[in-house]
Write a protein that binds this ligand. Structure first.
Ligand code: CP
Ligand code: NVA
Length: 304
C-alpha cells in the first residue's frame, strides 16, 4: 500500500518521530544513505513559486541516488484541461513518487486518490507539513526533547500555522496562536486536535494579546502576512497585522533566550524586524537547511 504525505493528521506521533530520527541521522551521516533510493524518480509539480521546497527536494532525491524532475504546469496538459485524475494515473506509470505545491488542498487530495505512487504535499493553501517537520528537527538540536516546549505563533493564521499546530500536538508541545480578528485559525482545525491535546495535557491558546501569547514561549514563530494567492489583499493585511510584528520588544516578552523562527521568505520591516531576523536568537537559516534533511527522510520512508 502506498502512503502519501499530505497532512501530519494522517500519521501517528510515533511515525513522525521515526521520520525525525531518520532526518537527524541523515543530517549527521549523509553518505550512509547515498544509494537508498537508487534509480527512483521523483516528479515535482509547482503551481506556485518556490525556492526552498524546489531546490531541497531536487537535491534531496539526488543525494539519495534518485532523480528529480521539475514539471512546470505550463508544460503539462493539466494546464490545458486534462483532469487531475487522468494526470495522476499517467504519472503513476512513469514516476516513483510525486511532490505537489498547489493552491486548493482538494487538488492534492484528488491527485493522491487516483495516483498509485506516494504523493507529497509541498504546500497548499491549507497546510505545509514538510515545513513543520523541518522546524521540529531544528528545535531538536537545542532541546533533548520537544515535549513541554511552548511555541508562540504571531500574525496571520495560515497554512504554516496549521501544520505547526499539528506538529506541536504530535510532539507534545504547547502552542499559542496570536492573531487579530479576521486572521484567526479555522476553528475546525483547532477542533481536530482538541482531544489529543487534552489527553496529552497540552495548552493550545488562541489570543489577540501579544504579551499574553508569547509569555513563557521557548520560540516565537511568524510567517508572511500575505501568502501566495493573497496579493490583492496585501495593503489591507499590512495595516491589520501591524501590531503583530516580531521585534525586540516582543522577543523580550518570551522566555529569556527564546528562539525566533520563520519558514521564509521573510519581509523585514513587515512581520519581523531586521534585527530579530538577523540576530543571535534567529534559527531561520537552520530551518531552511533542515528542509533538505527532513524531506530526504520523508522520501526515504515513503519510497524505500
Ligand atoms: N518555506 C518554503 O516553503 O519556501 P519556498 O516557498 O521557497 O519553497
Ligand atoms: N504562508 C506562505 C508560506 C510560504 C512558504 C505562503 O503560502 O505563501
Amino acid at each position: 500500500m502506498k502512503q502519501d504525505f499530505l497532512s501530519l493528521a494522517d500519521f501517528s506521533s510515533k511515525e513522525l518521530q521515526d521520520m525525525l530520527v531518520t532526518g537527524l541521522v541523515m543530517k549527521d551521516r549523509p553518505a550512509d544513505f547515498r544509494d537508498s533510493l537508487k534509480g527512483k524518480t521523483l516528479g515535482m509539480i509547482f503551481n506556485k513559486r518556490s525556492t526552498r521546497t524546489r531546490i531541497s527536494f531536487q537535491v534531496g532525491i539526488l543525494q539519495l541516488g534518485g532523480y528529480g524532475l521539475v514539471l512546470s504546469p505550463n508544460d503539462l496538459q493539466l494546464s490545458r484541461g486534462e483532469s487531475i485524475e487522468d494526470t495522476a494515473r499517467v504519472l503513476s506509470g512513469y514516476l516513483d513518487a510525486v511532490m505537489i505545491r498547489t493552491f486548493a488542498h482538494e487538488e492534492i487530495v484528488e491527485f493522491a486518490r487516483h495516483a498509485t505512487i506516494p504523493v507529497i504535499n509541498g504546500l497548499t493553501d491549507f497546510n505545509h507539513p514538510c515545513q513543520a517537520m523541518a522546524d521540529m528537527l531544528t528545535l531538536l538540536k537545542y532541546h533533548s526533547t520537544l515535549e513541554g516546549l511552548k511555541l508562540a505563533y504571531l500574525g496571520d493564521s495560515n497554512n504554516v500555522t496549521v501544520s505547526l499546530l499539528m506538529a506541536c500536538v504530535h510532539f507534545g508541545m504547547h502552542m499559542s496562536i496570536v492573531s487579530p480578528e479576521g486572521y484567526t485559525l479555522d476553528p475546525a482545525v483547532l477542533e481536530s486536535v482538541r482531544e489529543e491535546a487534552e489527553q496529552k495535557g497540552l495548552s493550545i491558546t488562541l489570543t489577540s494579546d501579544v504579551a499574553e501569547g508569547v509569555a513563557d514561549a521557548d520560540a516565537i514563530y511568524t510567517d508572511t502576512w500575505t501568502s501566495m494567492g493573497q496579493e490583492d489583499e496585501a495593503e489591507k493585511r499590512l495595516k491589520d497585522l501591524d501590531a503583530y510584528r516580531v521585534d525586540q520588544r516582543v522577543m523580550s516578552l518570551a522566555k529569556s533566550g527564546a528562539f525566533f523562527m520563520h519558514c521564509l521568505p521573510a519581509h523585514r520591516g513587515e512581520e519581523v524586524t531586521a534585527d530579530v531576523m538577523d540576530g543571535g536568537q534567529s534559527l531561520v537559516w537552520e530551518q531552511a537547511e533542515n528542509r533538505l534533511h527532513i524531506q530526504k527522510s520523508i522520501l526515504y520512508h515513503l519510497m524505500k
